[in-house]
Design a protein around this ligand. Structure first.
Ligand SMILES: [Zn+2]
Length: 70
């Protein structure tokens, strides 16, 4: 019983750090103005995405578009 809780908790912690690492290491570029930017882990989780692009709002020009990763 207890071991299941520990393993489940460890899995959540590892997943959290993976998502955080992914968000911090990935730079997206705006196809509209060329601005390169990073996103938060939360945004990374909730935004729709394909393997090499993500639907995001550019912090520079405020346009929503599919931003490719740099
Ligand atoms: Zn832009």
């Amino acid at each position: 019983m207890a071991i299941g809780i520990i393993v489940g908790f460890a899995a959540i912690v590892i997943l959290f750090f993976l998502v955080r690492w992914h968000a911090k290491s990935t730079v997206y570029s705006c196809p509209n103005c060329g601005h390169a930017f990073q996103i938060t882990a939360l945004r990374d989780l909730i935004s729709p995405h394909f393997p090499f692009k993500k639907y995001l709002r550019c912090p520079s020009c405020a346009k929503r578009s599919w931003c490719p990763t740099d």
